[in-house]
Structure formats: C-alpha cells, structure tokens
Design a protein around this ligand. Structure first.
Ligand code: NAD
Length: 328
C-alpha cells in the first residue's frame, strides 16, 4: 500500500528546481510549498511549480503540515532546518554534506531515529549511468574481487559562503567520493591525508587521501579546486582480480578492461535520453526517496551514511594534523 504525500522544498537556489521537478514527476506526492529566506527566490520557484510561498520555515511547517521536506540551503545551514523539520514529524531529504561538522550530522541522524522519520543525504552519484553500470558489472563478477580504486576529482573553488574552513573540500565535495569508495570497495577502516599548502584564500585546495577498506582493498582519492572551472570533472578506476573498470565523468562512459588488456568493452549513455544527464541523478534520487517513504520502506543513503562520510572526513583532518594514518 502507498500513501499520498505532501512535500515542501526549503532553499530556492541552484538545486531547488531539481528537487521541485522530482516532486512534480513523482506519482506519490504533491509540492505544496517552497521556502527561501529571500522571498523573491521562493516566489519565482513557486510560480514555476504552482505551489505556495514562505520565507519562514516554522510558518510553512505549521500551516502546510508536509510529510516530506527537501533541504537545499548552503551546507552550514542544514542543521537547524533539518532539526526543525524532523521535530515537526517530516521525513527529510537533505543535500550533501548532511552538515559541516560530524557532531551536527550525528544530532540530525539521532533526531530522525528518535522521531521515527527517515533522513536521507543526497549522494546522487549512486544514481548515475556510470556508477550504476560499474556496480552492475562488478555484481556480475566481471572484474572478480575488488582490490583497489583510484578516484581523481577537480572542481571550481567554492565561494566564501561555502568555504568556511580550510579543509572544506573534504565535506562539500569529497563526501560524494568517500561514499563511492564505501559503495564499491566496502567500509573504510583507516585514512591517511596529505594536503598541499594553503593558497592565499586560506584554503587547502589539493589533497591526496589513502584508505584501507574492511575487505582488504586499498584506495586513493586525489582532488583539487581551480578558480573559475565551469563544473566538476572526475574519473574512477576500480581494479579487481579479473579486470578493471574506468568510469569517466560520472555519466560519460564506462570502460571494462579484461585480463587480456587490449580487449576493452565500452558502454556509453544514450545521449538522446535526458534521464542519463548528470543532474537527472538528483531528480532520480529525490523520486526514489519519496517512493520509499510512500511505501514505508527505508530509503537509500540514510542519515547514518551521511554521518559515516563526515566521520571519515574528520579522521582525514586529524590525519593531516598528526601526520599519520587514523583508524575510523
Ligand atoms: N548533490 C549535488 O550534486 C550538489 C550540487 C550542488 C550543490 N549541492 C548542495 O546543495 C545545497 C544548496 O546549494 P546551492 O548551490 O543550491 O546553493 P544556493 O546558494 O544557490 O541556494 C541556497 C538557497 O538557500 C536559501 N537560504 C539560505 N538560508 C535559508 C533559510 N534559513 N531558509 C530558507 N532558505 C534559505 C538562499 O537564499 C538560497 O536561495 C548545498 O548543500 C550544496 O552543497 C549539491
């Protein structure tokens, strides 16, 4: 049996319309209201999606009694909004990272458990063409047992509004990639981090992270920021006892390289299908969350996953400070 749900979107910036679009496309819910502290932003989104407008979350919760709230405010503002929505009995889908501090993410996850609602964090890469295909190939044994993985990522330097700590790259960007390692290779048991020197803007912009994983695999993430880069670029290579898989740029292509290394199979998304685009991963994730709530099932990427990602990020900061590996 499914329930018909009422949903609201909080934070009407860049990500908002993806959340609103997902809600509009879901057969299980209706978008009743949107909220932004800058009212004109909420009004503009509400006009496009025919919903009511608020600039105060408490009033929205009181008047609309939503079942589901999606949160797309800047990272450091997730905590108060998520706690308020949970206290009002809402299931919450929150943009990554769940919070900027581990202790705040833990409070959110604990609050959801106590209130008996679901909290989910947007690790949308799990819904992409590239990583879905890689999961399928690994699941069918095509590369044997996973032994190591390398992820390289670059992104645009974040604005000062987001970049509030020198090591912000670990939370606002790399929680996605730490999640991918856990998804493909198993639980992280220890991490070693080495950052480049701080740049004039105070950020530690480049980092190499080495991981050990519970099943015996090892992995590395190398990441960096560049001013004015138009969007994120990334590549994952995952190797096993019988071959390797390379995922280019999340959705661009997947290569399967067998033990006979000159034989390569190439998989590419259908470029005529918009549902294979990067941002469709966000709408797919929101819709999947809502479907799970409507069917009373635990959604993917629960608050616990969000907490775990931040715990590993915090261990990386400790490793950088102490100059040694840290067990997680
Ligand atoms: N999953 C992804 O691929 C992905 C990509 C980009 C951004 N994000 C995440 O999405 C979130 C939002 O990012 P963005 O780029 O859309 O930010 P943004 O700055 O464009 O938009 C944030 C909006 O929140 C509003 N806001 C601020 N405080 C508020 C409050 N107390 N109540 C209601 N509204 C408030 C702002 O006025 C603004 O309109 C961040 O957590 C970011 O890390 C995720």
């Amino acid at each position: 049996m499914t329930h018909q749900l009422k949903s609201a979107v909080i934070g009407c910036g860049h990500m908002d319309s993806l959340h609103a679009q997902a809600i509009r496309l879901s057969p299980h819910t209706t978008l009743v209201a949107v909220c932004d502290s800058e009212r004109n932003r909420a009004e503009s989104l509400a006009r496009r999606f025919e919903s009511r407008t608020y600039d105060d979350l408490s009033l929205l919760l009181q008047h609309e009694l939503p079942d589901v709230v999606t949160v797309a405010t800047p990272d450091h503002l997730h905590l108060d909004i998520v706690l308020k929505a949970i206290a009002a009995g809402c299931h919450v889908f929150c943009e990554k990272p769940l919070a900027t501090e581990l202790r705040d993410a833990q409070r959110m996850s604990d609050a959801a458990v106590q209130q008996g609602v679901w909290l989910s964090v947007n690790y949308n890469r799990r819904y992409s063409f590239g990583y879905r295909k890689a999961k399928e190939l690994i699941g069918s044994g095509r590369i044997g047992e996973v032994k190591h993985a390398i992820i390289s990522v670059t992104d645009r330097t974040p604005s000062p509004k987001v970049a509030r700590k020198p090591t912000v790259i670990l939370t606002t960007l790399l929680t996605h990639h730490i999640d991918l390692l856990r998804y493909f290779c198993g639980e992280v048991t220890s991490v070693h981090a080495r950052f480049s020197d701080a740049t004039p803007n105070g950020l530690l912009e480049h980092v190499i992270l080495s991981f050990q994983l519970a099943g015996g695999a090892v992995a590395t993430i190398v990441a960096g920021y560049r001013d004015d880069q138009s969007r994120t670029t990334e590549r994952m290579e995952i190797s096993g006892t019988r071959g390797s898989i390379v995922v280019e740029d999340v959705t661009r292509s997947v290569k399967l390289i067998a033990l006979e290394t000159d034989r390569v199979e190439l998989f590419q998304p259908n470029h005529f299908v918009a549902s294979d685009s990067f941002y469709a991963t966000v709408t797919d994730h929101v819709q999947d969350f809502i479907e799970h709530i409507a069917e009373d099932r635990e959604p993917l990427n629960s608050g616990r996953e969000g907490v775990r990602g931040l715990k590993i990020a915090a261990a990386a900061v400790q490793s950088h400070r102490e100059g040694k590996s840290v067990e997680v």
